[in-house]
Design a protein around this ligand. Structure first.
Ligand SMILES: Nc1ncnc2c1ncn2[C@@H]1O[C@H](COP(=O)(O)OP(=O)(O)OP(=O)(O)O)[C@@H](O)[C@H]1O
Ligand SMILES: [Mg+2]
Length: 596
């Protein structure tokens, strides 16, 4: 199928879209900024007082020593009082910044997850699970830095810098010029090197995404890795990935270190130049000791926000890259969408028609050709065919996980694309090739199908699915914890839980995409028995490898390379001696089953 659609919004700058999430919390940001400005302005007081102490009190010959120490005490008590204000401001700044940042990031994270969930199967097929997870977890965390340090620091630091600059100029304009003489190096560092840092950090994130993706697969499939004794090979492959990440990280660190180095040089050397020039001014009587001291203290303050601004540049670059990646996901639109005027189908008879359906996952590679059939309400139709002939694909189309490339599918004479997704899917129950059970209790897994089911309903469903017995035998019964994929249950037990889930959902339409894997005869019988109960009275699409399910269906359709080859009952098709007869011979008759 075509590449994922991109919305027209794409040109819209991600940073503005990101900032839109801050809007509801502007009060927190305003408070954080106010507290921040106070926090940074209060320390300006002390150098000023120090100059007064040095020049106007200590060096003042008209005051007695007693008067002098009294004056010093008053001045310094004033500074201490101001420091109390600083304490409150500092606390407030951190708290409000965190409240603003975390609220906004929380909203963004939830929005991203919800969006990703809405995306079509194409999106998930093309990406490794881990790499999607990495974007929702790592990139969001990176973007958080942007809010945490950048969004409020940038204002405070700018305000402080401006204030300091004015003060320095007022003390001594020439001295200020000397002090800022090295500024061009700083600006160069920010402009040229900052950009490189951003590119490098983006590459690092991409590498992490690749690693996370691979890791997730290899951990989920650990038994395959062990089964084929691939541990060494996998470690080697992982090491090579880790090495690539290392070199990207190093590159990123090289640029940020370079930046740090240049900025550090400016910070260290400027006071030297100031003292050099300033000392001569003092010697010539054009500057007092107090003024020079005050100037140096202010100058020291001048560089810390600059340094922060330069760090900010790095944080900003990293965060910006993450923000871009986050909105890249937001720009991907689901293929399967709901019309604004979609019909909510409250009940269905379960009448399904496929009309000239063609389908391709990747454009140019047709999977289904000209599929045409009708399933009347309550009928059971079995689909058979070699592996890869398109049976599961057909089932996916009924669920509207994908839309046909051309042609249409109708439910009760509504084109599926005219129905709301939720109402369509609410009428379809699916028992899959691979039963996925989430980690949690058996009960929680059952309630997925019907969150309001009563305990009688649950018991009835388990009984109908032939699952009550084994669930009751478990120590915790319904409350037994099962793993991410229900690993502590056997294959047959998992299938019966899935069948119980279908009973609980009680849909009008049932899709049964059976596992090929064979079970022992008792398990087989229990499942068979449960399934025949489940199929009763529903429109059913059965993709079966089990003989009896197929034989008892109303009709059998055999698929070959995405085309319908034969249609008829078991006996009719056997008589025809075509594909079905051949499959029947191979699959259901001659080939002995493995018992696991
Ligand atoms: N997500 C996908 N993207 C691209 N191609 C796919 C995708 N899923 C399936 N295919 C291809 O579509 C074809 C039909 O696959 P499908 O899963 O429908 O076969 P099947 O009849 O269910 O086989 P089986 O009996 O083994 O379950 C195969 O050639 C498969 O490679
Ligand atoms: Mg299949």
């Amino acid at each position: 199928m075509t590449k994922e659609l991109k919305s027209a919004e794409k040109s819209y700058n991600p940073i503005w879209r990101f900032l839109a999430y801050a809007k509801p919390y502007w009060r927190f940001f305003a408070l954080a900024t106010t507290a921040g400005i106070v926090k940074f302005l209060v320390p300006l007081f002390f150098p000023y007082v120090l100059r007064l102490v040095l020049d106007d009190v200590i060096a003042n010959s008209t005051l007695s020593p007693h008067e002098k120490s009294l004056e010093v005490m008053h001045l310094l008590l004033g500074v201490l009082a101001a420091n109390l204000v600083w304490m409150a401001a500092t606390f407030g700044r951190s708290m409000f910044t965190a409240m603003a940042g975390h609220s906004m990031i929380r909203d963004l994270r939830v929005a991203l997850f919800s969006h990703v969930q809405r995306l079509s199967h194409q999106f998930f097929n093309k990406r490794q699970t881990g790499s999607i997870v990495s974007r929702v977890v790592n990139d969001i965390a990176m973007a958080q830095n942007f809010v945490g340090s950048a969004l409020s620091n940038v204002w405070m630091d700018s305000a402080l810098l401006l204030a300091l600059f004015v003060i320095l100029l007022k003390i001594n304009a020439l001295l200020t010029l000397v002090a800022l003489g090295l500024l061009p190096i700083f600006l160069f560092s920010i402009r040229k090197i900052g950009g490189r840092v951003r590119i490098a950090s983006r590459e690092v994130q991409q590498r992490i995404e690749v690693i996370s993706g691979g890791l997730q697969e290899k951990i989920a499939g650990v038994s395959i890795v062990k089964g084929f004794s691939r541990e060494r090979a996998e470690s080697k492959a992982f090491a090579s990935q880790a090495k690539k990440l290392y070199s990207k990280v190093l590159r990123s660190v090289r640029f940020s270190s370079l930046n740090e180095m240049l900025v550090g040089f400016v910070v260290l050397s400027s006071p030297v130049m100031v003292v050099w020039y300033g000392a001569n001014q003092v010697i010539q009587g054009r500057l007092t000791i107090g003024e020079l001291t005050q100037f140096l203290l202010y100058l020291a303050m001048f560089y810390s926000p600059i340094q922060r601004l330069s760090d900010l540049n790095v944080v900003l670059s990293n965060a910006l890259a993450a923000i871009e990646r986050i909105f890249e996901y937001f720009d991907i639109q689901p293929h399967v969408t709901e019309r604004p005027d979609a019909i909510k189908l409250d009940t269905t008879r379960g009448h399904i028609i496929f009309e000239n359906v063609h389908f391709e996952y990747e454009s140019g590679i047709p999977i289904l050709h000209d599929i045409h059939f009708e399933i009347k309400p309550g009928e059971t139709v079995a689909f058979v065919g070699p592996s890869g002939s398109g049976k599961s694909t057909l089932a996916n189309l009924v669920m509207r996980f994908y839309d046909p490339t051309s042609g249409a599918i109708y439910l009760d004479s509504h084109d599926l694309r005219d129905l709301t997704l939720a109402s369509l899917r609410s009428h379809i129950g699916i028992v899959n090739q691979e039963t996925i059970l989430f980690s949690g209790t058996i009960l929680e897994n059952l309630l997925l199908a019907n969150p309001t089911a009563s305990s009688q309903e649950i018991e009835k469903a388990l009984e109908a699915a032939n699952a009550l017995e084994f669930v009751d035998q478990m120590a915790e019964g319904l409350w037994s914890e099962i793993g991410e994929r229900g690993v502590s249950l056997s294959g047959g037990q998992r299938q019966r839980i899935a069948i119980a889930r279908a009973f609980l959902k009680d849909p009008q339409i049932l899709i049964l995409d059976e596992a090929t894997s064979a079970l022992d005869s008792r398990s087989e019988h229990l499942i068979q028995d449960a399934l025949s109960r489940l199929l009763k009275g529903r429109t059913s699409i059965v993709i079966a490898h089990r003989l009896s399910t197929v034989i008892h269906s109303d009709r059998i359709i055999s698929l070959n390379r995405g085309r319908i080859e034969e249609t008829g009952t078991h006996l009719q098709l056997l008589e025809q001696g075509g594909l079905y007869a051949q499959l029947y011979q191979e699959q259901f008759f001659h080939v002995p089953r493995n018992v696991d």
